[in-house]
Design a protein around this ligand. Structure first.
Ligand code: ADP
Length: 274
């Protein structure tokens, strides 16, 4: 017999207290371990660009007589500085979405404006790679939530779609309204024709700092935090996220979020009349 079950029968109050204490301690230990892991990861991620910048600045000084080398080193310094900026920005985004919790005061957020913002963030890279971003007509679809957080989340998904796709491919953003338990939901899909995600990694890509291919992620300026930010934002809205992918063919990220109930004008008129 389960010793906990037995002692629960013998001394219900005492054992329940002990059980609560044990659960509390386990939870506290888990939280502490996660915090330590996170700090270790952040330190490691910061060390890479900072170390590179330090070496490159020495190299620039040494190469003072060689203008070509100076230009080359300066270019690499710029790349590292961008990497550092991305990391700091994503750390700020992550702490914001983690700390704020559920959306207290949701606003109506028009989908077309949200998508415009997301696409404009990655437009330059997409153009450089000759990637077409096809956006379906969102009409007057409207989400209910925090505009800034939703914009960050959608931006991360579109950015990944472009970053993990080869030149000359297509990224498609689509929407549809679906019935949900607490009112209707809007399903947003971001589909790419990129490298895809191996099945064994699909569950883990939403973890902080998890990357399928760390070298490739760093090359595109990735921080390994993008999808964990998306996951937090979706959870805070009471939504769901899922991924479908075929290696070498592409991926589709699907997000379901609460729709903002809009009163169609015709209905409002009818009600007044009745
Ligand atoms: P990163 O900053 O590395 O892109 P993310 O948290 O956004 O971090 O994503 C985690 C990992 O998931 C990425 O490193 C990449 O390996 C994989 N990934 C995310 N989106 C895609 C995609 N659209 N296609 C292929 N792989 C992806």
């Amino acid at each position: 017999a389960d010793p906990l079950a037995v002692s629960a029968r013998v001394a219900p109050l005492g054992s329940r207290l002990v059980l609560l204490l044990v659960e509390d301690l386990t939870e506290a230990r888990r939280t502490e371990a996660m915090r330590r892991d996170f700090v270790a990861n952040v330190s490691h991620e910061l060390k890479t660009p900072v170390g590179a910048l330090s070496l490159l600045s020495e190299a620039v000084t040494d190469a003072a007589d060689d203008p070509e080398a100076v230009t080359r080193f300066a270019g690499r310094m710029q790349t590292e500085a961008v990497r550092l900026t991305n990391l700091v920005q994503e750390l700020i985004d992550l702490s914001r979405v983690q700390d704020d919790g559920p959306i207290a005061d949701p606003d109506p957020v028009p989908v077309d404006a949200l998508v415009d913002e997301a696409v404009s963030r990655i437009r330059q890279t997409a153009d450089k790679k000759n990637i077409e971003i096809a956006v379906a007509d969102a009409g007057d679809l409207c989400l209910r939530g925090d505009r800034d957080r939703l914009s960050t989340a959608l931006g991360n998904l579109v950015e990944n779609a472009v970053n993990y796709s080869p030149e000359g491919t297509r990224v498609a953003i689509g929407f549809r309204t679906v019935p949900g338990t607490g009112g209707s939901q809007i399903e947003l899909t971001v589909t790419d024709q990129g490298i895809g995600i191996p099945e064994k990694d699909r569950e883990r890509i939403f973890e902080r700092f998890y990357r399928v291919d760390p070298a490739r992620s760093r090359q595109t300026g990735g921080t390994g935090l993008g999808l964990s930010i998306v996951k937090h934002v979706v959870a805070a809205h009471g939504g769901q996220i899922s991924v479908w992918s075929v290696e070498g063919q592409g991926s589709t990220f699907t997000v379901r979020l609460p729709a903002h109930k809009q009163q169609p004008p015709a209905q409002a008129t009818n009600r007044e009349e009745g």
